[in-house]
Design a protein around this ligand. Structure first.
Ligand SMILES: Cc1cc2nc3c(=O)[nH]c(=O)nc-3n(C[C@H](O)[C@H](O)[C@H](O)COP(=O)(O)OP(=O)(O)OC[C@H]3O[C@@H](n4cnc5c(N)ncnc54)[C@H](O)[C@@H]3O)c2cc1C
Length: 513
């Protein structure tokens, strides 16, 4: 191997939450064979944020890149499959739709099916859009199977993610990372030493007296941003004017009823409530805005809205939505909550961790830390955060609700230009502006816009190549294909058991679900 004196020889990750152990696992795996040491510092006394149970399909590529076996991972983390998110009461009280990780049928003549649905709607003959999507049909029936590989099959028209125990995922990755040579230090960082010449972080001092020096630091210390903010004073862009929810209360409950292969997000008066079914328990929480509801009332609202007995005391969390002004500053890269937080409505945080790690590996520096690389990383991550912000905000503004102060606040809001343009293009003829970056592809935007009654004035004119009868027949045929395929799909719990992914302790294995 060629010796490069400029190469990074040591990486120190501060924090052992989901972000820290994801970063440690990926760096240890991807830098294998190079003379780079990876260390991680965490403090059991401080602990982790302890939430973060719902994910996006991209996590599969993260696990796959580390050669993590799906069955082993699901057993270890009490994971269930996730086909999307069910949104209740968002457009109007009583409304319900699922944002699926997949599409509505398949395109006809290269035009997405929803355009034909818009024409059916103008004809007064459109059924519920959800009935044309295979992933939604199986989600509603608590069924699951892996996607088919043949693109001609309707069973290929979706992706999937997981709902898992975040603490167990971090522990699982810790075993993986330590198995790949990561050295873990237990202790609380009490001092951060800066290099007086260039302002870089030089070393961290622990409460047990140990001093850990490194070339590159990855700040995964959570909301406090110990290195990126407290040491380097990077600054934070507060996005509360767009995403004002700033608190959450979380509580686990017993696993009851069917094992739904989807997360539920129910809009409330001053925020929304999540329900995430895992194998061994269900995660619940109320995200709310403290300007519109007190903590006591928010707790009571959550506890009064549960479908099973609680397993622990409610846990209170505080946050400010927004992003660090620079994700990468000098020799510190902030990943996870240290980088920013946009509230958990579409389960995007773990995905943004993954993006941060992937981009870091793509632009892995040497000891020169070239500013052009740092700027490029910050640009890409900034765009990713903005896209997520716009998509989350869409849920709050594409609504007819004005029944409480919070919903009226959103009605009177000035939107970011990027979102305003996207909505206007949609309303004219159902056209979706495509982005350079951004996790959510057109089908996701379609799901939320149509699910929350943002109906375009016109459909794509090319749809008129078909006669009314042909459009009607295409719609009926798709609905039938979806329904027949869904009926032949196995039960979600039974499928997990059959593939051998039921955890050794969870009720799924013992009782059946
Ligand atoms: C209400 C809520 C719900 C969420 N739901 C989801 C979801 O469904 N899906 C999703 O993708 N994301 C979700 N998230 C986000 C998700 O929880 C986080 O992205 C994820 O847990 C990563 O957190 P982290 O590792 O950055 O920080 P943390 O979990 O806070 O970890 C910080 C680490 O730093 C260590 N540390 C801090 N200070 C020191 C010190 N001085 N010395 C030594 N160690 C230190 C701590 O010990 C800990 O190990 C949610 C977040 C909230 C607030």
């Amino acid at each position: 191997m060629r010796e490069n004196p400029e190469a990074i020889k040591s990486v120190c990750i501060l924090g052992g939450g989901t972000a820290g152990w994801m970063a440690a696992s990926a760096l240890a795996h991807k830098l294998q064979g190079l003379p780079v040491s990876v260390t991680l510092i965490e403090s059991e006394e401080i602990g982790t944020v302890g939430v973060g149970e719902a994910t996006l399909p991209h996590i599969r590529s993260f696990n796959a890149a580390l050669n993590i076996d799906e069955v082993t991972f699901m057993k270890a983390t009490e994971a269930t499959f996730k086909l999307g998110i069910e949104f209740c009461n968002w457009g109007r009280i009583g409304d319900r739709y699922i944002h699926p990780f997949g599409d509505y049928g398949t395109p006809i003549d290269g035009i997405p099916f929803y355009q034909y649905w818009l024409r059916l709607k103008q004809m007064g003959e459109a059924g519920r859009l959800d009935t044309y999507a295979y992933p939604i049909a199986i989600a509603e029936a608590n069924r699951f199977r892996h996607p088919a590989s043949d693109p001609a099959q309707i069973e290929s028209t979706f992706g999937y993610a997981y709902q898992f125990d975040a603490g167990r995922y971090a522990a699982f990755l810790r075993r993986f990372a330590e198995g790949h040579g990561v050295i873990r230090h237990e202790g609380k960082v009490v001092d951060c030493q800066l290099n007086p010449d260039n302002g870089h972080v030089a070393a961290l001092k622990l409460d047990n007296g140990a001093v850990i020096a490194a070339d590159l630091f990855v700040d995964c210390s959570g909301f406090r941003g110990l290195l990126i903010e407290q040491a380097l004073k990077t600054g934070y862009d507060d996005w509360s004017q767009w995403l004002p929810c700033n608190r959450a209360v979380a509580v686990p409950t017993e696993s009851r009823g069917g094992l739904t292969p989807f997360t539920r997000a129910t809009a409330l008066e001053a925020g929304w409530q999540w329900r995430i079914p895992l194998q061994h328990r269900t995660g619940n929480g109320h995200v709310y805005c403290s300007s519109f509801i007190s903590d006591e009332a928010a707790h009571a609202r959550l506890l009064g809205n549960l479908d099973a007995p609680t397993l622990a005391d409610p846990r209170q969390l505080y946050f400010t939505t927004g992003r660090r002004r620079q994700f990468w500053n000098r020799n510190v890269v902030a990943i996870g909550l240290a980088a920013g937080f946009l509230e958990p409505l579409e389960s995007t945080s773990i995905h943004l961790i993954q993006e941060g790690i992937t981009e870091l590996l793509q632009i892995f520096p040497d000891k020169h830390f070239r500013q052009s690389d740092i700027d490029e990383y910050n640009r890409r991550m900034g765009v990713n955060f903005e896209r997520v912000r716009d998509f989350l905000l869409l849920h709050y503004v594409a609504t007819q609700r004005d029944d409480t102060e919070m919903w009226r606040y959103f009605r009177n809001m000035t939107l970011p230009d990027s979102l305003e343009e996207k909505i206007q293009a949609w309303l004219t003829r159902g056209h979706l502006i495509r982005y350079e970056f951004g996790v959510f592809l057109p089908p996701s935007w379609v799901a939320v816009m149509l699910g929350q009654n943002l109906i375009p004035r016109h459909y794509d004119p090319r749809v008129d190549r078909l006669s009314s009868d042909e459009v009607r027949r295409a719609g009926d045929a798709l609905k039938q294909r979806v329904s027949a395929a869904a009926t032949a799909t196995p039960d979600h719990g039974a499928y997990i058991r059959k593939m051998g992914a039921a955890s050794d302790t969870g009720p799924l294995l013992a009782k059946g679900a």
